[in-house]
Design a protein around this ligand. Structure first.
Ligand code: PLP
Length: 477
């Protein structure tokens, strides 16, 4: 039998349950025997919720079925070492960044990154140099970074210790990652990639190439986002000549729970098996289903299906009617269609990674979407967005200094010259306008005020709606 068709952890758990174990160990629900009756649907999961017992191995020091399951993953991705993560890509990013940089190290960072990357940089007390992404005019969102911008940044900061990128973005858009990896590796600089949305890329075309096959040093993937894995189930792949795997392992021990969830780990075993068993006929079937679904959506005049270079599993539809993206999402949810997210212009659907012959409620979904949008007349929408003028930027205050400063909330109007103590991310296009430690320039202030006037939505910046912003106390120039 093909080794990849094995399920070592799932099999060990199944055998364990068959023994009808009498638990005098954690967790306290005792395989669901001590659990409120009203939650009957929990029982099946609780049966799997074991702990580090004989035969079930230990995630932090694996030498049995967890090691076997991780070895199969390592083998599938053809890397030096793959790890199961039980705390999402969040923990993978923390471990990855803490492995790639230390205090005061200069690191190049794609600016539209997940907050876990920013948090990790702060923990590492590194010195990030931010690289502005390009704006995608069709999707009206921030996309990827250009090789030329990375080259410029490397000329300015040849001492950079790592490059931290996000590939693909939330909408599935990709860019010339290989070009950046080549440039970096020529200078012996490791490339760390948050591939949270691309765990399925390894199945091959028409999916974009995975950061793993493009030669990245460490890659973190949320298996739970696009594969059949439980929420929080993720992978970290180490494949570097420049970094230490020992450090990755140590960081994962620091950041991951000492009581990792067996249902999550077993679902990672299943997700790896699912990927390994994904065949050409599955890809053809999936593409046919995606094309059919998109065709139905393309018939609706109130929306436009956005075409872009990237992941076919991500379907972005843009409003062409009086409703903005958030309102479209609400209307769909009223009819029990739940998209992944909305922004002011778009609604994003994540298509299931179907296998040949597998059915999903696509006809029903398309019919419902048509019904919801049928009476909305076509209307071209104007969109304002903000891009930072600086392609390459850095913090005005180091993370070390930030820990020593106090904060205060002031009016946005008088904030020019102060140092922001919070992250303010306007949507669109999802590029941070301000990060903690960045100076609020006159230009940024004007952008922020314009966005507030327009009623833009922000991630972070809890005071912005009241015309206020949190800044570091003793800094003003
Ligand atoms: C780009 C990116 N990286 C990392 C994460 C964190 O992933 P997780 O939810 O698996 O912790 C997310 C979550 O949405 C994300 O979008």
């Amino acid at each position: 039998m093909d080794a990849q068709l094995r399920l070592p952890l799932v099999d060990a758990l199944t055998e364990h349950i068959k023994r009808n174990p009498i638990s005098f160990h954690v967790p306290g629900h005792k395989y669901g025997r001590i659990f409120p009756n009203s939650s009957g649907f929990f029982q099946a999961i609780l049966q799997l919720d074991a702990t580090e017992l004989s035969g079930l191995d230990d995630l932090h020091a694996p030498d049995g079925v967890i090691l076997e399951a991780e070895d199969l993953l390592t083998n599938l991705f053809q890397v030096k070492k793959s790890y199961f993560l039980v705390n999402g890509s969040t923990v993978g990013n923390l471990a990855m960044v803490m492995t790639g940089c230390s205090e005061d190290d200069i690191v190049l960072v794609q600016r539209n990154c997940h907050k876990s990357i920013i948090n990790a940089l702060q923990l590492a007390k590194a010195t990030p140099i931010f690289i502005e992404p390009e704006y995608d005019p069709d999707g009206k969102v921030a996309a990827g970074v250009e090789v030329t911008t990375v080259n410029e940044a490397l000329l300015l900061y040849p001492q950079a210790k790592a490059i931290i990128l996000t590939y693909p973005n939330y909408y599935g858009m990709v860019y010339d990652l290989k070009g950046i990896i080549d440039v970096a590796h020529d200078r012996k600089i490791p490339v760390l990639v948050d591939e949270a949305h691309g765990a399925h890329f390894i199945v091959g075309g028409p999916f974009p190439k995975s950061a793993v096959s493009l030669g990245a040093d460490i890659v973190v993937q949320s298996a739970h986002k696009t594969l059949p894995a439980m929420t929080m189930g993720s992978f970290l792949h180490f494949n570097s000549e420049l970094l230490s795997n020992h450090k990755v392992k140590n960081n994962l021990e620091i950041f991951q729970s000492s009581s990792p969830s067996y249902p999550i780990m077993a679902s990672l075993d299943i997700a790896r098996h699912y990927l390994a068993a994904y065949r050409e006929e599955d890809i053809s079937y999936l593409l046919k289903k995606i094309t059919e679904f998109k065709k139905q959506l393309k018939d609706i005049s109130a929306i436009k299906v956005v075409d872009f270079h990237g992941d076919p599993l991500k379907i972005t539809v843009q409003s062409r009617c009086r409703l903005n993206g958030f309102e479209l999402q609400k209307e769909l949810e009223l009819r029990s269609i739940f998209p992944e997210l909305a922004d002011p212009n778009n609604v994003l659907f994540i298509f299931p990674l179907l296998k040949n012959g597998q059915e999903y409620l696509l006809e029903e979904a398309a019919a419902k979407i048509k019904r919801v949008l049928a009476d909305l007349p076509f209307m071209e929408r104007e969109v304002e967005y903000v891009m930072n003028e600086e392609k390459i930027s850095r913090l005005a205050v180091s993370y070390q200094e930030m820990t020593r400063l106090t904060k205060k909330v002031i009016s946005i109007e008088e904030s020019a010259g102060h140092i922001s103590a919070e992250q303010i991310i306007p949507y669109p296009p999802g590029i941070p306008l301000l990060l903690p430690g960045e100076r609020i320039t006159g230009q940024k202030l004007a952008q922020l005020q314009r966005l507030v006037e327009l009623g833009a939505r922000f991630h972070g910046g809890p005071f912005v709606k009241q015309g206020q912003i949190e800044v570091f106390h003793s800094y003003r120039t």
